[in-house]
Each structure stands twice: as structure tokens, then as C-alpha cells.
Design a protein around this ligand. Structure first.
Ligand code: ADP
Ligand code: ASP
Ligand code: MG
Length: 420
């Protein structure tokens, strides 16, 4: 007998028939003698619809006459009230379906658990899950059905955890009730060498190290939210990724690096289309300029990712290129334009037609020539590399967006990841 947390994503609870199927998987665990907390996402597509509504509602507030969608909703707390609604529906429906099947269950919203978060509305961080009441009820045999993605911020305001945040809710609930494991059920039967939707030859990984999964997630593999992997690693929650539709086959276990016997140079390939590139032309080549550029961006809450600065030809002027999330481009340009005179650039250009492709592997630490294979493979396909960044276990390149699938497939073959 074990205490387990199960999480079901949007496609797994997309309609009532699927919610009943999820209820049957939960019932099966209860019949095995396990104590269960379930975390659910909103029905597939619901969160997108709610986000679009918040943008639409904010539109008349734009005063500049451009009628463009504002970079931020004026009050992010109200954004959270709206977008958290999708999970309220599915957790209630699953509790109803379970009770109808004779399984004792009740729903728990974020504030009821409680899932306490920071005040960063829209992308809040879970700070604590003091779930004593829920834990006691689960221990007594009642299934807890928890609304994913949402929590409660200081001031008793509803918060949300950023897109894909139900994964993080699930691992945090598992840690909060001291579960023996966390099973993340989704629409693929595990973590693959790359997104199986774009590479049919992608292979499922039996195991992946926390470190590699962290990189994969943060570099764009949306199978798990990055923060969920951090919490699993920190709280030592045994976490698996499984399919809702074929629950008895496959699966991937997150584990420590030491548990991986064969350390290939490249374990996986990730890509992200959520990128935009900004170049500042002819900035002064002197101390303090980088601070003058990145300070205002940080103050505006823009995360800068890849950075490259050219060598100046005359020791006086140079160009600087960097990337930001595509949705933050307008905000970033506004911040730079506001500080134009302190920075002293001649002009700014930007490009949203870019994507980032990354190779990830702990074996990279000990294998030479890994990056070179990436560069020559892209060269063979005629793909131009615009920016490069590296860490100990990954290499990322920025390329034109239209080549992203070609690049991922070519690299997948080049690193011998293709399924036989
Ligand atoms: P859920 O709604 O269940 O949270 P998501 O859509 O957020 O599901 O995540 C699952 C999707 O992640 C898969 O359908 C797949 O297309 C995508 N994905 C991207 N990279 C990978 C990968 N390396 N392994 C598995 N799935 C991946
Ligand atoms: N429903 C939220 C989203 O679409 C959270 C999640 O699915 O994990 O981002
Ligand atoms: Mg997800």
C-alpha cells in the first residue's frame, strides 16, 4: 500500500468520457489499496480560451490608439482569477465521476489545500503546501481531487503558476502529503529523445536524470513544467511520466545521474519557438553599456536568454544581439527605447522569425566534439546559425523558425537517437 499523487493533463480530461476514464484509473489505484491525491488540468484548449478573454477584456484600456493587445493585463491578479477557472471545473467533475463510481472523493481548490505561492501573479512560485487536513483525509481513504495550476498568494488572492503549471502542482502536492511517488499522466507514454509529434523516430527514454530533464523542460520540451522537475529533485519525489491512454506500457522515470549507466553524449533534443531576437547596432564599446541595456530589461521583468556581442572593428562601436521570449518583445523594445539616450545605440532591429534548438546530455561533460557535430549537421542542411549558447550539458543555437523541424530531425539522426 502506498500514497500516490496522480496528475492528468488537458487532453486526458478533455471531455466527460475522458474524465470517466481518468476516474477508472484512479479507482484502480484505490482498489489496489493505495491512498490517492489526483491533480487535474483544465480541459484541453480551455486555458487558451480564458487567456484570450483576458486580453480581449483589457483591449479598450489601451490609450495609444493602436488597438494592439497590451503587453500586460493592467491587474495580473484578475488575470489569475479568470485563467484559474478551467481547473475548478475539471476537479469538480472528476470528484463527481468518482463518487458516482462508488469511490469517496472531494475536490480541493488551491486556496483550500492550501497551495501557498509567491505574489508573482501569472507565474507564481509554490512556497509551501501545508496540507494537513487534506493529508489526513487522504490517509483515511478519501480521494483528494486537486485543481492544478492554481494557488493562493499573499492577501488571499488566487494565483496561477505559469503555463503547464499543473505538473508543478502535482509534484508539490506529492511532496506536501509525503506521497511515495508522483505519476504524471499525459498524451504520450513518457519522455522521448525529442518531441514525438515532430520526429516520428523519437525514442522513449526508460529513465532521464533530473539535470537533463530540467534542461529539456527549460529549453522547450513541454512534457513537464521546469519547476515541477526542480521540486521533484529537491524533495526527492520519485516521479514518472505515463500515458493516460496506454497506462500499462512504457513510462519514464526521473532519476539521479548516478542511476544512468550509459551516458550518451546527447540524450535529447529540445526546441522552442517562443523566441525573438533583438540587435542593438553601434553601441559604444565601453564599460557600463551592458548594464545600461540589461538593467531596464530586468526592471521590466523581461528574461534575456542568449547574448552575443561582436568585437568592435574600431574599438569604439559594436553590435549586441540577444533573445527574449516572443511575448515579451514589445515590452523589451519599449524599455530599450525609453533608455535610448543612456545606452547610446544607433538603431534597433528585431526578428520574431527565429527558434532555438538545443542538444542536451550529461555525457557532454566527458565527450569531445559534441558541438562540432551539431554545427556541421546544420551546415550540411544549409541552416545558418545566428546565435550560440552553451552550458556544461547543453548547446543551443538560434536559427530561422522555418528550419526548426528540419534541424531537429537532422540532429536526431546525427546523434544516433533515431529508433531502429
Ligand atoms: P498535458 O496537457 O498532459 O500536460 P502537454 O501538452 O503539456 O500535456 O505535454 C505533452 C506534450 O509534450 C506531448 O504531446 C508532446 O508533443 C510534447 N513534448 C515535447 N517534447 C517532448 C519530449 N521530449 N517527450 C515527450 N513529449 C514531448
Ligand atoms: N491549464 C494550464 C495550462 O494550460 C495548466 C496545465 O495544463 O498544466 O497551461
Ligand atoms: Mg502540460
Amino acid at each position: 500500500m502506498a500514497t500516490i499523487a496522480m496528475k492528468f493533463g488537458g487532453t486526458s480530461v478533455a471531455d466527460l468520457e475522458r474524465i470517466r476514464h481518468v476516474a477508472s484509473l484512479v479507482k484502480r489505484e484505490v482498489e489496489r489499496g493505495n491512498k490517492v491525491a489526483v491533480v487535474v488540468s483544465a480541459m484541453a484548449g480551455e486555458t487558451n480560451k480564458l487567456v484570450a478573454w483576458t486580453n480581449e477584456a483589457a483591449r479598450p484600456l489601451v490609450q495609444d490608439g493602436s488597438n494592439r493587445i497590451p503587453a500586460a493585463i493592467p491587474d495580473q491578479r484578475e488575470y489569475d482569477v479568470v485563467v484559474a477557472a478551467g481547473e475548478q471545473v475539471t476537479c469538480g467533475l472528476l470528484a463527481i465521476a468518482l463518487n458516482a463510481m462508488g469511490v469517496k472523493a472531494r475536490s480541493w481548490l488551491g486556496w483550500q489545500v492550501p497551495i501557498e505561492t509567491s505574489a508573482m501573479h501569472g507565474s507564481a512560485r509554490i512556497e509551501a503546501v501545508p496540507a494537513a487536513d487534506m493529508k489526513a483525509r487522504v490517509a483515511a481513504g478519501e480521494v483528494a481531487v486537486v485543481a492544478g495550476f492554481q494557488g493562493v498568494a499573499p492577501g488571499s488572492r488566487i494565483s496561477t503558476l505559469g503555463r503547464g503549471g499543473s505538473d508543478t502542482s502535482a509534484v508539490a502536492v506529492a511532496a506536501g502529503i509525503g506521497a511515495d511517488r508522483c505519476d504524471i499522466y499525459t498524451d504520450v507514454d513518457g519522455v522521448y529523445t525529442t518531441d514525438p509529434r515532430i520526429v516520428s523516430k523519437a525514442r522513449r527514454l526508460e529513465k532521464i536524470s533530473f539535470e537533463e530533464m530540467l534542461e529539456m523542460a527549460s529549453l522547450g520540451a513541454k512534457v513537464l513544467q521546469t519547476r515541477s522537475v526542480e521540486i521533484a529533485m529537491l524533495h526527492r519525489v520519485p516521479t514518472r511520466v505515463l500515458s493516460t491512454f496506454t497506462p500499462d506500457v512504457g513510462g519514464t522515470l526521473l532519476c539521479d545521474e548516478e542511476d544512468i549507466v550509459e551516458k550518451k553524449p546527447v540524450t535529447g533534443i529540445a526546441y522552442s519557438r517562443d523566441e525573438a531576437k533583438i540587435t542593438l547596432h553601434k553601441i559604444p564599446d565601453r564599460p557600463g553599456v551592458a548594464a545600461a541595456i540589461f538593467g531596464p530589461l530586468a526592471d521590466s521583468g523581461v528574461n534575456v536568454d542568449m547574448i552575443v556581442q561582436n568585437v568592435s572593428e574600431d574599438n569604439k562601436k559594436t553590435d549586441l544581439t540577444f533573445t527574449v521570449p516572443r511575448g515579451d518583445l514589445a515590452k523589451a523594445l519599449a524599455a530599450l527605447e525609453k533608455h535610448a539616450s543612456e545606452i547610446g545605440y544607433r538603431d534597433i532591429t528585431h526578428d520574431s522569425n527565429v527558434a532555438k534548438v538545443s542538444i542536451i546530455g550529461i555525457g557532454m561533460r566527458t565527450h569531445a566534439g559534441v558541438a562540432q557535430t551539431m554545427f556541421s549537421t546544420l551546415h550540411d542542411k544549409g541552416i545558418n546559425i545566428q546565435v550560440i549558447s552553451t552550458s556544461e550539458i547543453k548547446v543551443s543555437v538560434l536559427i530561422a523558425e522555418e528550419y526548426v523541424e528540419l534541424a531537429v530531425r537532422a540532429l536526431h539522426s546525427a546523434y544516433e537517437l533515431d529508433a531502429a
